[in-house]
Design a protein around this ligand. Structure first.
Ligand code: AHR
Length: 503
């Protein structure tokens, strides 16, 4: 058995964890809304057409905020189409995903659904084909109490109290050639600044997220952030980051190392935000919203086939990645990375939530089930609250194609308000179990109350409707605590949650 060690100390703190890092995302895309959360006529549908079984799984995974309604979709979206009597809502061609949007689920229906799921809505506005005027209109519609054109329209549509949506995205991936209304960094920075200013004049209590690069692989990454922040720094609160990883070459060790890229990405964006802060002699710190992150590659070819067969159909089964066990391990490491950067990452959204690159899958007319990635997300969202601790990890490392010195043990820890400590740990080794020594002396008497492990002998194992528990968490081998030092057995290739509570 290999050896690794971790020192934790109650005074080595990264910062308070913003619960919004456990956010998710639902876009009007594929079967996320229609055939996902909403399926009138399904045996599990409620009186409004929303599936109760799906809602139950969403509640279980614990998402405090859901980004909506896009994504690329939002860059051609007219929010007015999605409110008012359903029979009067127009059908629109969605140029982002080559589908027809029926607008049968809109702002009111989604808000009510999110509340029932225990989540706030993070609402994205269209800064692709539209601009600051429509942005201020939708804030007025959603958040102004009444006696104005758009707030009265909301009241007439059956909602007297304002929605009070607090977090708004200023468009989506505005640097991407695939985006409707793509802009240069300067054009976007100016537009975002004016939109943010006017939206906050309508409701000064809101916070807004400016679009960073659509990925760190964009040729304009870095320059985009510098240029656009130079234009809008004073009026925005967060910069967005988006990143998806895949394993198309079937290189598991290299794939599992990708969280290191995520960490570099975060540090680079933090540096740029702080450089602009310095340049502007500003007292304000702009933090990060990592509002799209996940594994995404399994469904790419399938999507091309679908579009060849049937462009413009409603609810095409797009981006339906079936996640395997190694994907769950990388998602675990990505969650660890978010926790390690909890001082600057205040919002993050697993993209997405249902059917579309999602932890939850459904069959039309049939069941719903948890994909492999559901589990690490649920564990982190359940136990990773409170304070993020700086874990000093000593571990053997390995080299792979893109990275040198990848830690075999990837770990971090959190402390909850009741004093309990949770250690999250991915063992990236394909073969070796680890004896992990954890120094907990500063916390007083703790006992190892639970060890949860996610492991499967086959890295490509998946969950299906027929075998929903093929990859599922189980009780781990645990360990001992003696004199403030724990010794825990960490199986090869595994996601681990180790909980220490007051003895
Ligand atoms: O999440 C799927 C898509 O990925 C989103 O619409 C877009 O923002 C990103 O490119």
């Amino acid at each position: 058995m290999k050896k690794a060690s971790i020192i934790l100390d109650k005074d080595y703190r990264i910062g308070q964890i913003d619960p919004r890092i456990y956010g998710s995302f639902i876009e009007h895309l594929g079967r996320a809304v229609y055939g996902g959360i909403y399926e009138p006529g399904h045996p599990q549908a409620d009186e409004n057409g929303f599936r109760k079984d799906v809602l139950e799984l969403v509640r279980r995974i614990g998402v405090p905020i859901v980004r909506y309604p896009g994504g690329n979709f939002v860059s051609g979206f007219h929010w007015e189409d999605s409110v008012g009597p359903k029979e009067a809502r127009p059908k629109r061609l969605d140029l982002a995903w080559f589908t027809t949007e029926t607008n049968q689920v809109g702002m009111h229906e989604f808000y009510d659904w999110a509340k029932r799921a225990g989540a706030e809505v993070m609402y994205a506005i269209n800064l692709g084909t539209r601009g600051p005027e429509q942005a201020r209109d939708v804030v007025e519609y959603a958040n102004h109490p009444g006696s104005s054109k758009f707030s009265d329209m909301r009241i007439a549509n059956g909602r007297k109290e304002p929605f009070n949506i607090k977090l708004w995205c200023l468009g989506n991936e505005m640097d991407g050639p695939w985006q409707m209304g793509r802009k240069t960094a300067y054009e976007y920075g100016r537009t975002a600044n004016e939109a943010a200013k006017m939206m906050k004049w309508v409701d000064p209590s809101i916070e807004v997220v400016a679009c960073g690069s659509s990925s760190s692989e964009m040729p304009t990454f870095g320059d985009w952030e510098l240029t656009m922040l130079n234009e809008c720094y004073d009026n925005i609160d967060y910069v967005s980051l988006h990143r998806y990883y895949g394993n198309p070459t079937n290189d598991t060790p290299g794939f599992l190392a990708r969280a290191m890229d995520m960490d570099d990405f975060i540090h680079t964006v933090v540096s740029i935000c702080d450089a602009v802060k310095g340049k502007k002699h500003s007292k304000k710190t702009v933090n990060l919203s990592f509002d799209e992150w996940n594994v995404w590659y399994h469904s790419n070819e399938q999507d091309e086939e679908i579009w060849k067969r049937e462009k413009w159909g409603p609810a095409l089964p797009l981006l339906e990645d079936v996640y395997n066990f190694e994907d769950a391990l990388l998602v675990g490491s990505m969650l660890i990375t978010l926790l390690r950067n909890a001082d600057r990452v205040k919002v993050a959204c697993l993209a997405q939530l249902v059917n579309v690159i999602a932890p939850i899958m459904t069959r039309n007319g049939g069941g719903c089930w948890a994909q492999t990635i559901f589990w690490p997300f649920m564990h982190a969202s359940t136990y990773g609250r409170g304070t993020s601790l700086r874990a000093l990890v000593k571990t053997p490392v390995y080299d792979c194609k893109d990275y040198e010195a990848v830690p075999l043990i990837d770990a971090t820890a959190t402390q909850a308000e009741d004093g309990s400590v949770t250690l999250f740990c991915v063992n990236r080794s394909m073969k070796a179990d680890f004896a992990l020594d954890v120094d907990l002396r500063s916390f007083g008497a703790l006992r190892l109350s639970e060890h949860i492990v996610l492991h499967h002998d086959d890295v490509k194992a998946v969950n299906t409707e027929d075998k929903p528990d093929n990859v599922a968490p189980a009780a781990g081998p645990g360990g001992t605590v003696d004199g403030g030092r724990a010794s825990v057995h960490i199986p090869a290739l595994s996601w681990n949650v180790i909980r220490f509570t007051k003895a």
